[in-house]
Design a protein around this ligand. Structure first.
Ligand code: ZN
Length: 812
């Protein structure tokens, strides 16, 4: 990476934040180094800019203006303090001592109120730090229904007792976590330099994060659950039920999402068992003595039931089935068709059961488990029927009001030669997936070859957008995906580094490396803690096949080390960090500054280099993760606004832009958006997703197909569709509900009653129901600011007089 070139490419928009040299230039060139010992024991270079910034914010808190005279005075104080440190200390000066020196210097210069404000600010920070690790404080915040605690996870319904108990446990775990973590890490988290994710579960417990449990192995070889020994299922219905039971159990053993990888191919063998049973039954129903026309009538009668069994309603019935084998007697062929029709129904029922069970499952922590179902590659008759059933069930919706199911997340795989192009054997399944996406937003799609290029092998994503990395089992030489897991995420607040650099690129990269060191320590701690688990802590994971089949006292590390498990180094706000150096207009509706993008890429590239280096040194697979930041978008932004005020392009929205994404308030076309974003996942293969905002597409699925095909062509790996699918049960409106201050309402009748509408928005990688379960402020603002990337209808309603009213959004 050519950092020098970037360093000289200073742009506009940094004037207000540059410190015009004075303190930095005059002081920082003087040798020898002046060192500071931070509260957590780390020793870093003394930087007078920190004093200047702190004193200036004390001025700002008092509404005192900083003119040229005050500016000189403050810089003088910073230089004076540095001189005193040099005179007094041989080794590093403690931070508390430096603060005392600043206080005295302020008093000497008769700045009494400023001194008082400066001291109070320090004291408040100390109190905040102490509170964060105080369990009593954590519990009382919860009792007082602190919004950030209650709304942190849009997937949890904080009204139910089970969630309340879970939040209580989470608050206690969190307070303990910051006492357990290395002080540097805890401190960096509390300051908002980094985010140690999921502190409500880990490190208090040794739980791991997202995973691809090996459902195939568990179903094939049996497993124990609670007090019951489960045998390999004899039908797809039982297989589906066993899967949901496993999911429920695993949801209590880890804190991230779990994925049923290549579900259609994995479940195929159980559907075959149904077929064999149905063929057996057909032999009994249609004995050899049956006249052909009678047998034909029986099969026709069965086929006529199919639209009702599969809830087809207005949909075209499926064409007549053909037997697997045409070289047998006519009667035998009819028996095969009979068995196919019955098996299709069994598959449909099983997939319906699975969808209802997953959505109605509330696990012990009060939330629906984050489940993803990946499918689409199977080409056999059975795999195709499984794909069809998954999609038809989703299109139909849940319950009498046909609510959009938000679980499991569906991820459909598109591959040339399988289903991507006209003439491919499963092209019809792609069409069904398109219809489903226009009506229910899911499935999201993954493009086979691009996922292999980006992550090193093919597999479905986990949780919101996490991906395992390609891994060859050294013992067998085979590519293994199932049974692997992620050990946790730590995200770095990149805009903060840019803000602290005050527009100086050299300073940015110096702080960047320091921040990466802290994140690295945090991740090392995550790995160390996960290794402390024993197989008896989570039998389903460690003893009965989800991750492996270990003995009760075996070391779990054999499932993590040698790069089998991943850990994730996350980042947020590339747009904002870059805006600090290239001005807020470096990205526009229809374009961006190439040097800006190069700078944004260089941030992720450097993280990627570091991950590779750590991986080589330690044997655990560090990967760069484009953090979804469901509530983090709010937290980091809020903390930085408090600290640095409103900085154009950086803190002037109430949220930070999701990872590498195009800012949501801009209006690129879907193609422009994807062109900008396409290069980032190749450097951040540990987690990524792209999505576009569309108008209503139900009448125009071909428009969506054009975007999917375009994305496949330019190397996109994982793509989601955001399209208006909200429904008002009061007036019948269908389309986009309007954002309000803290929620959403029907644009026709104003309804926002959670019981009388179904509002579905993408909260991050996942869909959510924001009317039923409100989100944190920043995330709500982010959704409210989203604009469409394609002109078109965004909603419609039929009025009492029978006419239609429609809503449109034009793009620029
Ligand atoms: Zn309405």
């Amino acid at each position: 990476m050519d950092r020098a070139a970037v360093a000289h490419g200073k742009g506009t928009g940094m004037d207000t934040q540059t410190l015009n040299g004075a303190a930095t230039e005059t002081v920082s060139t003087i040798a020898p180094r002046v060192l500071v010992e931070k509260r957590d024991g780390r020793v870093v270079d003394f930087d007078p800019v920190n004093i200047v910034v702190a004193v200036k914010s004390a001025f700002a808190d008092l509404d005192k203006e900083v003119g040229p005279q005050e500016d000189d005075l403050i810089r003088g104080i910073a230089n004076q303090v540095e001189g005193e440190i040099k005179a007094r200390y041989n080794g590093p000066a403690k931070i508390e001592d430096i603060q005392n020196l600043v206080e005295h210097a302020l008093i000497e210069h008769h700045l009494y109120e400023v001194a008082r404000t400066y001291t109070t600010y320090r004291l408040n920070k100390d109190i905040e730090r102490a509170k964060a690790t105080d369990i009593n404080e954590a519990v009382s915040r919860l009792i007082n229904k602190d919004e950030s605690l209650v709304r942190e996870n849009a997937n949890k319904d904080s009204n139910v007792y089970a969630t309340q108990r879970d939040l209580l446990a989470g608050a206690v775990s969190k307070a303990s976590a910051f006492a357990m973590l290395p002080e540097t890490v805890a401190n960096a988290h509390l300051k908002g330099d980094i985010h140690f994710h999921d502190a409500d579960y880990s490190p208090f417990t040794a739980m791991s994060n997202c995973s691809l449990p090996d459902f195939g192995d568990m179903l094939r070889h049996g497993f124990a659950l609670g007090n019951a020994m489960m045998d390999s299922p004899k039908s797809i219905g039982t297989a589906a039920t066993q899967i949901t039971q496993i999911i429920k159990d695993i949801a209590g053993d880890q804190y991230g999402g779990q994925t049923v990888n290549r579900a259609d191919e994995m479940l195929e063998e159980y559907a075959k068992r149904d077929y064999e049973k149905n063929l057996n039954m057909a032999e009994a129903m249609i004995p050899d003595s049956t006249p052909i026309n009678v047998a034909e009538d029986m099969v026709r009668g069965l086929k006529q039931r199919e639209p009702e069994w599969l809830h087809f309603e207005n949909r075209e019935p499926l064409p007549d089935d053909v037997p697997f084998n045409t070289e047998v007697s006519e009667l035998e062929q009819l028996r095969q068709v009979y068995a196919k029709i019955m098996t299709r129904k069994a598959i449909y029922d099983a997939m319906q059961t699975m969808e209802y069970q997953i959505n109605s499952n509330r696990v012990s922590n009060g939330q629906t488990p984050f489940v993803t179902v990946g499918f689409g590659l199977g080409e056999s008759w059975f795999a195709r029927e499984i794909q069809r059933a998954i999609l038809l069930n989703r299109i139909r919706g849940l319950g009498k009001d046909r609510h959009t199911a938000i679980f499991p997340k569906l991820v459909f795989t598109i591959k040339h030669g399988v289903n991507a192009d006209e003439g491919d054997p499963n092209y019809d399944m792609k069409q069904l997936a398109l219809e489903c996406s226009t009506k229910r937003m899911y499935p999201d799609v993954v493009f086979y070859d691009n996922i292999v290029k980006i992550t090193g092998s093919f597999k479905a994503p986990m949780g919101c957008r996490s991906f395992l990395q390609g891994w060859i089992d050294p013992e067998t030489g085979e590519d293994v995906e199932d049974g692997r897991m992620n050990l946790g995420v730590v995200t770095v607040n990149v805009p903060r580094i840019a803000l602290e650099s005050h527009g100086d690129l050299e300073r940015f990269w110096k702080l960047f490396e320091e921040r990466m060191d802290v994140a690295h320590q945090a991740l090392q701690f995550r790995i160390m803690r996960c290794k402390q688990a024993t197989p008896i802590n989570a039998p389903t994971l460690f003893r009965y096949g989800a991750f492996g089949r270990l003995g009760a006292n075996d070391n779990v590390d054999q499932l993590f080390r040698n790069e089998r498990a991943t850990v994730s180094l996350g980042y947020i706000g590339l747009y904002e960090a870059t805006a600090m150096f290239f001005g807020k207009d470096w990205m526009r509706d229809h374009g961006w500054d190439p040097q800006g993008k190069e700078f944004a890429l260089s941030i992720v590239r450097r993280m990627n280099e570091l991950c590779k280096q750590w991986c080589k040194e330690e044997g655990y697979h560090y990967s760069v993760y484009s953090t979804p930041a469901e509530s983090l978008t709010d937290r980091f932004n809020r903390m930085d606004r408090e600290k640095f005020g409103e900085v154009p392009g950086v803190t002037d929205h109430d949220f930070y832009t999701n990872s590498f994404h195009y800012p949501v308030w801009l209006q690129p076309t879907p193609m422009e958006k994807l062109d900008y974003e396409k290069d980032f996942p190749y450097l951040a293969s540990g987690g990524f997703i792209n999505y576009c905002e569309f108008p209503c597409l139900q009448a125009n699925p071909k428009a969506l197909e054009a975007v999917w095909d375009y994305a496949y062509n330019i190397g996109i790996g994982y793509l989601g569709t955001n399209t208006p699918i909200d429904h008002c049960f009061e007036c019948g409106f269908e389309g986009d509900f309007e954002p309000t201050e803290e929620g959403f309402k029907c644009p026709e009748c104003g309804n926002s009653d959670p019981d009388k509408c179904n509002v579905t928005k993408r909260t991050c990688g996942y869909l959510g129901n924001p009317v039923q379960r409100p989100m944190v402020h920043g995330r709500h603002e982010e959704i409210a600011h989203r604009v469409k990337h394609m002109s078109g209808e965004t909603g419609h309603v039929t009025l009492d007089d029978g006419t239609n009213r429609e809503w449109f959004e034009e793009t620029k």
